[in-house]
Write a protein that binds this ligand. Sequence first.
Ligand code: ADP
Ligand code: MG
Length: 404
Amino acid sequence: MYDVNLSGIRTIADVDVTNAVVLVRADLNVPMEAGQVTDTTRLDRFAPTLQDLAARRAKVVVLSHFGRPEGSVVPAMSLRAVAGPLGQSVGREVDFGETDWDDVARLQHEIAGMAPGDILLAENTRFHPGETDNAPDLARRMAGLGTIFVNDAFSAAHRAHASTVGIADYLPAYAGPSLAAEIDAIRSALDAPKRPVGAVVGGAKVSSKLPVLVNLVERLDALIIGGGMANTFLHALGHNVGKSLCEPEFADTARDILAKAKEAGCAVHLPVDAGVAPQFEAGAPVEYVGIDDVPGDQMILDVGPQTRAQLDTVVAGLETLLWNGPLGAFEIAPFDVGTNALAKSAGAQTAAGRLRTVAGGGDTVAALNHAGAASQFSYISTAGGAFLEWLEGRHLPGILALTR
Ligand code: ADP
Ligand code: MG
């Protein structure tokens, strides 16, 4: 499905990094509550990269974004709080380097004092507006901190930012081991998927995910739309979705997608019934209604039993299933019922060797874990947006930058 010549990508595996200052782009965008990291999955997955580089006597400087500070210094989004937990995952100390992205002299001074095997975490790259603008002057300042650039953040590869793309203009650029492993796994699952191939697209990031579907339908035999995403389609088709999460300004895009799917021979499955409640809260009274009977003062928070049965049949007819985005607000029971049911049946069919299942997305991974089905899936990526754009066949700028 992906036609970039990926053989042009060099990995850091065979490069001599002894004494080199290696700038590693990671995705340390971990869940945090009250200044405490609450889930270390991303740190644990990245730790082997740091262990390897440190063991090979590199001086390692880690770059990452965190949250959306929109180009200014937001103390609550400082990466300082992540240095300790990252060090714990790695099993050696990770220093935090105070960083002013306008003037990196102080950081440079600290780097000059590093010994081989030391690891330093720089401040949130998004504290400077040049990061998301991919500003050449910021990219050049970042590059000036080291001698080698390594991108190990597949989940940030769909964004052309200074620390993912611009920086590669100024330094030899390599793929890190997690990024390389992720590409390998996704390619082996998807380069020549067994047909029929279907996708579940749900979740809440409607405005960023919807445009991706326009091209994705050309690659699919079936598209199952659920979650908040489905509400925008239902609204576009004239159904009343009450107080549901919905982005009416995308109604035209939704209708375009349906038309394109029809043309491409991709069957689109929207919910025919729904679990509704007055609000998204634990203990809210849930009611299952037909899709034309959603009360005006309620919101759709899950698919209903008829939809569950229908989706089971759809998935039973597939050879490959891709999944990004839960079918409902799975964090609170009973709105997890639809997602659990589909996850379990897809997992069971995968375990029985009848289906190949590839899922991606932070919340999707959490939902599949919650359903107890994650371990049965063929492959799970922690990347959401990058995963979906890859499926769509888009060339991810962060990957392209490694082939130049
Ligand atoms: P991912 O992180 O896997 O890419 P998203 O971030 O797009 O997925 O979406 C996950 C979120 O979508 C979850 O927090 C879930 O509660 C929410 N969600 C799913 N269905 C609905 C719905 N019908 N109404 C409101 N929120 C929903
Ligand atoms: Mg999410």
